[in-house]
Design a protein around this ligand. Structure first.
Ligand SMILES: [Mn+2]
Length: 250
């Protein structure tokens, strides 16, 4: 929960999509937003990340360095399924398991980055802007979704399937990580909070929903890293940084 006192120290807030270790694109994005910020002072521009900071891409360590060491006063993030996965793999390594070649970088992950990832929250709520940031999504039609959606769904859901109780004929929602059955969860989200999320790279930018914005535009797959301003002179502006390459094809 971000208080007004905290938010008042920033001129602008920008929400940034899934980075997945694409440090070059993140650095280019930071240069761009910091150059555009009215005071030209990076510490006046709050950057909120939708999670999946690490894994898949070329330089997860550099992304952690930017977030944890260099811009820790103006970058905050929620937790994604890949941030969880890296913690899981690190635990496995600690208990004697060998990691595969692509996961070798996790073996030498400094303790300060482990504890940074461990402390990432599942949601960031901004009451004064009536919005919530979460990695994958929130369960609609339950009481206090930002609190009561199971954390596994918060980091993995993509779709909702409408189900019917055979006895009562009542309808209910089943959240799924699939993007095949059902429809995008955000089409069922009727606010009042606006949700900024990532995770669903296949659908790229989702800005057609009234109360939700999906920002995973597949940077690690060679498409782009997207961002949206939610406070300040450029409020609502959506921009992107072109990926240098598809980092998942070698
Ligand atoms: Mn994800």
């Amino acid at each position: 929960m971000l208080t007004d006192d905290y938010l008042d120290s920033f001129d602008e807030i920008v929400v940034i999509g899934d980075i997945h270790g694409c440090s070059d694109e993140l650095e280019e994005l930071l240069v761009r937003v910091h150059t555009e910020t009215p005071s030209q002072d990076p510490s006046k521009c709050l950057k909120i990340l939708v999670g999946d900071l690490v894994n898949k891409g070329p330089n997860s360590l550099r992304v952690l360095e930017l977030c944890r060491d260099i811009y820790h006063k103006s970058i905050i993030s929620v937790r994604g399924n890949h941030d969880d996965l890296v913690l899981d793999l690190h635990n496995k390594y600690k208990s004697g398991e060998r990691l595969s070649e692509k996961n070798k970088w996790i073996e030498s992950l400094p303790a300060r980055y482990i504890s940074y990832l461990e402390k990432l929250p599942y949601t960031i709520t901004i009451p004064s802007l009536n919005c919530v940031i979460v990695h994958a999504g929130l369960q609609p039609a339950i009481e206090d979704p930002a609190k009561n959606t199971p954390t596994e769904l918060m980091t993995t859901m993509r779709n909702i399937v409408v189900m019917e109780n055979p006895e009562t004929k009542d309808h209910f929602y089943r959240c799924t990580k699939s993007n095949q059955e059902g429809a995008p969860w955000a089409t069922f989200w009727s606010g009042p909070e606006h949700i900024y999320f990532g995770h669903d790279a296949r659908r790229r930018l989702q800005n057609q929903h009234e109360f939700a914005t999906g920002l995973d535009t597949g940077c690690v797959y060679g498409d782009k890293l997207s961002y949206v301003y939610i406070k300040g002179p450029r409020n609502h502006y959506i921009g992107s940084i072109k990926a240098k390459k598809d980092y998942t094809s070698s």
